[in-house]
Design a binder for this molecule. Structure first.
Ligand code: NDP
Length: 246
């Protein structure tokens, strides 16, 4: 029997990059996975891949994490299918890097909505069930930019510092419960994340970058490590960055 057999794991932002890799890794460890994002065709393809490769169940729930009712529905559907919510990975996020002087105010709002409110809705929807079950694991994906601020990362960093604060507060509040909390902070990872940046000055700055980023699997391995520890081991913080990223 694998370590996560009969556990139900929800992964938001599972339609690409890190979330997709986490879904594969947790399914490989035996978890039934619930795949959440807006692009449901991609999630459907992933569900088929997972069922074929790992033999566990994979359920698709189209979800916009900026909509509280969608995230509530995500947890409801998970309980109906699997009876519990054992792991909730708050991974969905956007990184619309820009310089403050260029005033991308709509993108600031989008980052606040997805990266902060989305995580809060995940906590709102899943935590009461975890407390009632007497077990569970909340994983919040922050960033190295949630520990340091870089030119153009100011608003993104503000949202990822917020994620870190939510993780820390949650961990302290839940210290006497059986619900574990992990904040994971990746450095640069090769995903679609940077494809949505629109600020011309940032795109120009990125042309000179030559660092080799991590693969999504590197972050999925770290998440799997935290989730598969004995139930009394609470891995609270993991920072993983590529060699040569300063
Ligand atoms: P991707 O762009 O590949 O994936 C982002 C995911 O978030 C997609 O599945 C997307 O799905 C989902 N998403 C975006 N908006 C919403 C929304 N409103 N509702 C539901 N899902 C949404 O990037 P990554 O895999 O790299 O990013 C995953 C996480 O890792 C993010 O939180 C990011 O900030 C963090 N991170 C990434 C780093 C990197 O270098 N790649 C470094 C540090 C942290 P869809 O569009 O289908 O809704």
């Amino acid at each position: 029997m694998s370590k996560l057999t009969n556990k139900a794991a929800i992964i938001t932002g599972a339609s690409s990059g890190i979330g997709k890799a986490i879904a594969h890794h947790l399914a490989k460890e035996g978890a039934n996975v619930v795949l959440a994002a807006r692009r449901s065709e991609r999630l459907q393809e992933l569900a088929e891949e997972i069922q074929k490769e790992h033999g566990t169940e994979a359920k698709v729930v189209e979800t916009d994490v900026t909509k509280k009712a969608d995230v509530e529905n995500l947890v409801k559907q998970t309980k109906e299918s699997f009876g519990s919510v054992d792991v909730f990975v708050n991974n969905a996020g956007v990184m619309l890097l820009s310089f403050l002087k260029n005033d991308h105010v709509d993108e600031w709002e989008q980052m606040v909505d997805v990266n902060i409110k989305g995580v809060l809705y995940g906590i709102h929807a899943a935590l009461p069930d975890m407390l009632e079950q007497g077990s569970g694991h909340m994983i919040n994906v922050s960033s190295v930019a949630g520990h340091e601020v870089f030119p153009s990362s100011t608003v993104y960093s503000a949202t990822k510092y917020a994620v870190k604060a939510l993780s820390m507060g949650l961990e302290k509040e839940l210290a006497r419960s059986n619900v574990r909390v992990t904040n994971i902070s990746p450095g640069a990872v090769d995903t679609e994340l940077t494809e949505h940046i629109t600020d011309g000055d940032v795109l120009e700055m990125f042309k000179d970058r030559s660092m080799q980023p991590l693969e999504a699997e590197d972050i999925a391995s770290a998440v799997t490590y935290a989730v598969t520890q004995p139930s009394n081991v609470n891995v609270n913080e993991i920072i993983v960055r590529p060699l040569h990223q300063s």
